[in-house]
Design a protein around this ligand. Structure first.
Ligand code: FES
Length: 322
């Protein structure tokens, strides 16, 4: 017998029995349809334990790495703690570790969080300030090295969350986070594969997370990072990134400032589309506003890039939910 934990229930899985059948036998109303690993309506996530590879066939590398699996074809031989895919994100308390300015309009917020808030760099979370005030921000930190979650937040004049962050947030203040969400992470990338990261504004945050993860895991292929901003002040980690290229021979960094009429001026998408080659084999990470990410996906695909090799994090306006 193998033990399955679902919410507060402990269910014994009989030999040869799949997780979906065990849940239904325990009178848990688990969603399902085909019962043959095709429709994905029975998707769950293992928050403890590892589902067998056969239960993850057809899922993306990111979903596999995050523990998602199909319950109807999952016959585990080790204990699993599972949640329905829709409930996979968790809510946790967080405490402000530090808050500082990276540029005139970008702040770096570092939050200490409960150990059970598990994430991968490049995912995003919801920062909840109470009174129905919540916004999504991408994660720039690395759980293996940082004792906090790091967010890069652009302050919008007149924005409610921006005002809260600028005027009320201070070290030791308590708030809540929910998530994580998103699959723009370093999974399914061959260590020798070319890798290109393109972002504008605080789209740099998830790219920094992915870049640090790739370097920590010994990525050997060439890595190109493009960062664009409207004004020079918006290249808020320029010196840090330039210094990083000195340490890693396979890393190059290109920046573009929209308002600059000089050779370093112009938009970052045009620069990336001009320089990129070896497109079918390159793993792309695209982060920023809808217009930028949409244009890059379309134009890179037309130049020969593979849609399967594109991971993206699209920033939507505060009124829409990312
Ligand atoms: S019920 Fe269709 S994939 Fe499991």
């Amino acid at each position: 017998m193998t033990l399955l934990t679902y919410r507060e229930a402990a269910i014994e899985i009989e030999p040869g029995e799949d997780v979906l059948s065990a849940l239904l036998r325990a009178e848990i109303d688990a969603p399902h349809s085909c019962r043959s690993g095709v429709c994905q309506s029975c998707m769950h996530r293992a928050v403890e334990g590892k589902p067998p590879a056969a239960a993850q066939q057809g899922l993306s590398e990111a979903q596999k790495a995050l523990g998602y699996f199909l319950a109807c074809v999952c016959v585990p031989d080790t204990p699993l703690t599972v949640v329905p895919a829709q409930e996979a994100e968790s809510r946790a308390e967080a405490v402000v570790h530090s808050i500082d300015r990276l540029s005139g309009e970008v702040v770096r917020l570092r939050l200490e969080h409960d150990a059970d808030f598990a994430y991968r760099p490049g995912q995003f979370l919801e920062l909840i300030a109470g009174d129905g005030l919540g916004r999504h921000y991408s994660i720039a930190s690395l759980p293996e090295e940082d004792p906090f979650v790091e967010l890069h937040i652009r302050l919008h004049p007149g924005g409610r969350m921006s005002r809260f962050i600028a005027e009320e947030l201070a070290p030791r203040r308590r708030l809540h986070i929910a998530g994580p969400l998103g699959t723009c992470i370093y999974e399914g990338v061959d260590p020798d594969q070319p890798m290109t990261l393109i972002g504008s504004g605080t789209g740099l945050a998830p790219l920094i997370g992915v870049l640090r993860d790739a370097l920590r895991r010994g990525h050997r292929g060439p890595i190109r990072l493009y960062h664009g901003a409207r004004e020079r002040d918006g290249l808020y980690l320029h010196d840090h990134l330039a210094a990083l290229t000195e340490k890693h021979a396979n890393l190059s960094y290109v920046s573009r400032v929209l308002s600059d009429p000089g050779p370093q001026g112009g938009d970052v998408a045009t620069a990336a589309l001009e320089y990129e080659d070896a497109l079918p084999h390159t793993a792309f990470f695209l982060c920023g506003g809808e217009k930028l990410v949409g244009r890059l996906k379309r134009d890179l695909y037309l130049k020969g890039a593979s849609l399967k090799q594109m991971r993206s994090d699209t920033f939507l306006p505060a009124s829409a939910s990312r």
